[in-house]
Design a protein around this ligand. Structure first.
Ligand SMILES: NC(=O)c1ccc[n+]([C@@H]2O[C@H](COP(=O)([O-])OP(=O)(O)OC[C@H]3O[C@@H](n4cnc5c(N)ncnc54)[C@H](OP(=O)(O)O)[C@@H]3O)[C@@H](O)[C@H]2O)c1
Length: 246
């Protein structure tokens, strides 16, 4: 299997915004192992440098905050030609409909929708023919959960963006969206360990696969999207069966 993916991705420049942790980092590791030239980006340059040193292969770092439009524009112009853009950067806000502060909702929209929108737009002029853009939504868009309605709505917006861009940019770029279920990543590192493990056990136990996901399982799907030149306008659910659970 590696050989088929390697033959398509070797030497390709893959830019992963959010590549310093979680699914973005796992994608960087897999892509670099397949011979791609990888750039990982996020807000924290020091963290990126530390992460890049742990990845074998051709990995560069470039700090950017996707919510800073002027910086995104300058950053994109410094990247050089890009073959594939992956945007896993985001931050989420949870809270019941009546309780979630509007500022938190706005910040989530900025980080998870507007930032990726602007990033994709600014990188597009540097995207090589045959290139692709991969966005990230999440299972809550189509399997809502009380206390996460705002996040579900933002996920749905990301999915609509991917489908709309696939049509609008057809001939220039393929655009797809990964919709993960719960995946054990640094996104939950702020929780006390006991609460986090309890949440993984509870959510995982409710799924057909009986557990939450791992970042490398999502990375496999991202790499498949990058390599498959017939895929565009797809929202790919990698969720352990979350959408079909009882
Ligand atoms: N983990 C899950 O269970 C889950 C479930 C459903 C959907 N998702 C979605 O899947 C995607 C990947 O999630 P993950 O768990 O792998 O995330 P993660 O480990 O929290 O990584 C997110 C990355 O985004 C970067 N980032 C955040 N805001 C940024 C900004 N404004 N500009 C640039 N970089 C920024 C962070 O680095 P810095 O702080 O250094 O900037 C971090 O490296 C996200 O879109 C998430 O919403 C995750």
């Amino acid at each position: 299997m590696n050989t088929a993916f390697e033959s398509v991705l070797r030497g390709k420049h893959i830019v992963i915004v959010g590549g310093g942790s979680g699914m973005g980092k796992a994608t960087a590791e897999l892509a670099a192992s397949l011979g791609a030239k990888v750039t990982i980006a996020s807000r924290n340059a020091e963290k990126l440098t530390t992460v890049a040193a742990t990845i074998e292969g051709d990995v560069s770092v470039a700090a950017v905050d996707t919510t800073d439009e002027a910086r995104v524009k300058a950053w994109a112009a410094e990247l050089g030609p890009v073959d594939h853009l992956v945007i896993s950067a985001s931050s989420a806000a949870h809270g019941a409909f009546g309780d979630l502060p509007t500022d938190d909702l706005r910040a989530m929209l900025e980080a998870k929708f507007i930032g990726p929108y602007v990033t994709a737009r600014e990188v597009l002029p540097y995207l090589n023919e045959g290139g692709s853009i991969t966005l990230f939504s999440g299972v809550l868009s189509r399997r809502p959960s009380a206390g996460a309605t705002g996040l579900g709505a933002v996920n749905a917006a990301v999915e609509a963006l991917a489908k709309g861009l696939a049509q609008e940019l057809g001939g220039k770029a393929r655009v797809n969206c990964i919709s993960p279920g719960m995946v054990a990543t640094e996104a939950y590192s702020g929780m006390p360990e006991e609460a986090r493990e309890g949440m993984y056990a509870q959510v995982g136990g409710s799924l057909p696969v009986g557990r939450v996901g791992q970042a490398d399982e999502i990375a496999m799907a991202v790499v498949m999207i990058l390599a498959n030149s017939f895929m565009t306008g797809t929202v790919l659910d990698i969720d352990g069966g979350h959408l079909v659970k009882a």
